[in-house]
Structure formats: C-alpha cells, structure tokens
Design a protein around this ligand. Structure first.
Ligand SMILES: [Zn+2]
Ligand SMILES: [Zn+2]
Length: 167
C-alpha cells in the first residue's frame, strides 16, 4: 500500500526529473548550439549571480527563466490528478533550486556535509552550476548531475551535425 505522503514524494521527484530532462535536452543544450539568447542572458560576462537568477526584473532574463522553466509545467495537469501536494512540492523545490544554485554560491559556500549529500543523490550544487556559467561545455543538468554526460554528448552531436561553434 502506497501512502499519500510517499506518492507525493514520488510525484515531486518525477516532476523534477522529467522537467530537468526536457529542459536540458530540448531547451538548454539546443539553445547553446542554435541560439544566442540563453548564452547572452545566462552566460554574459561581468554579471554577478543576481543577474542570472529569476529574481531580476529584466524581462529578457525573465523570459530565459520562463522558457527554461516551461518543461517543469508540461506534466503538471497529469501529476495534479495523481497528487496535488506532490505537484506543488515539486514546483516549489524546483523554484527553490533555481534561486539556491544562483544566489548563494558567492556569499555562502555550500557546507561540505550538504555537498556530500548532494553528491550522493546526484543533485547539482551552486558550486557545480557555477562551473557551467564559466564554461558552457561543462556541468549540465540544472538539478540532476547525471544529465551532464548525456547532455555533453548531445551538445557535441548537435554541434558537429550543424557545424556551429558552441559558446
Ligand atoms: Zn544558471
Ligand atoms: Zn547554459
């Protein structure tokens, strides 16, 4: 027997997993190969982390955030039917993670215990995500680090198939 609490956790996890998968492979990586938009906004030079985060009022930055976040909402109606609490939890955790991975790396380095826990569960820390901001070839998977390897392969494939340079 599955309790509703466990079901909520499973739904929240699946929402984040599917959302990160779609966002990484169908928005983030193709955008690095074919687009300028994400690179300009998310990887611009001389910007501090506040500029990247969804906290900003700059409409272009917000748009990049919305496009990247859209995949997390695709399955919402379906998840909602299974567990509304799990759906809300998943979206809230996703939102929390966006802010956490962008805002806290400079002022507050992640405590080593939290880093260990994140490494165990393959969760992207602010330290890992900041590598992506410095080098667009590495550290994919906004939430889950196991998307990094396949995403890099996808990046290489799209890059060589279209013979575009990746920035
Ligand atoms: Zn970022
Ligand atoms: Zn990027």
């Amino acid at each position: 027997m599955i309790t509703s609490g466990l079901l909520a956790l499973v739904v929240a996890f699946l929402l984040l997993l599917l959302g990160d998968f779609l966002s990484t492979f169908f928005y983030h990586v193709p955008e690095h190969v074919f687009g300028k938009f994400h690179t300009l906004i998310h990887h611009g030079k001389n910007r501090n982390f506040f500029h990247y985060a969804v906290l900003t009022k700059n409409p272009l930055v917000l748009l990049d955030g919305i496009l990247g976040a859209l995949p997390y909402f695709v399955f919402t109606p379906w998840f909602w039917q299974i567990s509304p609490i799990g759906t809300i939890l998943g979206l809230a955790l996703g939102e929390f993670h966006v802010v956490w991975r962008h805002v806290f790396v400079l002022e507050y380095p992640t405590p080593s215990l939290v880093q260990k826990i994140c490494r165990f569960f393959f969760i992207t820390t602010p330290e890992i995500h900041s590598q992506h901001h410095q080098n667009a070839m590495v550290a994919y998977g906004d939430i889950f680090t196991f998307f990094d390897r396949p995403a890099r392969a996808w990046l290489k494939f799209l890059g060589s198939a279209s013979s575009r340079t990746i920035r």
